[in-house]
Design a protein around this ligand. Structure first.
Ligand code: G3P
Ligand code: CA
Length: 287
């Protein structure tokens, strides 16, 4: 009698735990889906390579970015006097090399002689200014590319040269946005899009006037990404850009505390000198 009472109690407890299990599983799943949605694979874009850890726009900086599992490397492209596509941010070589002068006034051979590493730290002595082709050849298959045309109005024909560099490597119809070309110069991006509308294009801006509903609508004619200064980003802007079927990757994160607000706003990528500031994504997100 006492035994059967215990058995009944046991059955009751067992049934109750089963009910609890079925009630809990969907709510755990829903929570984790919610978290997935929030993080939804934000792309880590290593700005000028991992520029916080190695001299910007050098092979060392891009290697560091890849070692840190960045999804993209961001690089700035300009043109030498003799028409080579070179990777450097400023329009002069003064800040990031041991030389002086304008990039466009120097031949590729002269640019190649410059030391682009020592200014950052002695152990990087001997890093040189890479060409776009060199970076594409070295890092394709290892990461994705966010290529900025820097001051393209100084270099007539640079859009065509970049389009040809991609075409020569069969990278002119990239899958999964593995190559994106961007610029602050909207005319240059329109031009690039006319040359090749298979490569996604981004527009860069820090100006509020470029982020009005009308301005955003106008970008849809040729752009796939609107990449503003991080100070301009909130959930409303992200939603507006997403509603127009474009992506948004703000710049430039140099402080850990700037990451989470951007992720909460729902951005698609974060452009940062410090790729390790962006929390690791789950493998599911990365797929
Ligand atoms: O990719 C965005 C960012 O690179 C734009 O600013 O001056 O670093 O080229 P800047
Ligand atoms: Ca840049």
């Amino acid at each position: 009698m006492v035994q059967s009472k215990f058995r009944r109690l046991g059955m009751l407890l067992f049934s109750l735990s089963l009910v609890m299990l079925f009630v809990t599983i969907p709510s755990v799943q829903a929570n984790s889906e919610e978290e997935d949605d929030q993080d939804d694979g934000v792309e880590v874009v290593a700005h000028r390579g991992a520029a916080g850890y190695a001299p910007e726009n050098t092979i060392a900086a891009f290697e560091k970015a890849v070692d840190m599992d960045s999804d993209y490397i961001e690089l700035d492209v300009q043109m030498s006097k003799d028409g080579q596509l070179v990777v450097i941010h400023d329009t002069t070589v003064d800040r990031t090399t041991d030389g002086t002068g304008k990039v466009g006034d120097l031949t590729y051979d002269a640019l190649r002689e410059l030391d682009a590493g020592s200014w950052f730290a002695p152990e990087f002595k001997g890093e040189h200014l890479p060409t776009l082709g060199e970076v594409l050849d070295e890092f394709r298959g290892k990461t994705k590319f966010l290529i900025e045309l820097k001051a393209p109005s100084l270099y007539p024909g640079i859009e065509e040269k970049v389009a040809k560099a991609l075409e020569a490597r069969d990278m002119d119809d990239p899958e999964d946005d593995s190559v994106i070309v961007q610029s602050f110069d909207f005319n240059s991006m329109k031009m690039f899009n006319e040359l090749n509308d298979d490569v996604p294009v981004g527009v860069l801006t820090w100006k509020s006037e470029d982020l009005t509903p009308e301005a955003l609508e106008a970008f849809t004619e040729y752009a796939d990404y609107v990449n503003p200064s991080k100070s301009k980003v909130d959930r409303e802007l992200v939603n507006q850009i997403h509603d127009l079927d474009m992506g948004i990757m703000p710049w430039t994160v140099r402080a850990q505390e700037d990451v989470q607000p951007l992720m909460d706003a729902g951005v698609d990528g974060i452009i940062t000198d410090y790729p390790d500031y962006v929390p690791e994504q789950s493998e599911e997100d990365e797929d």
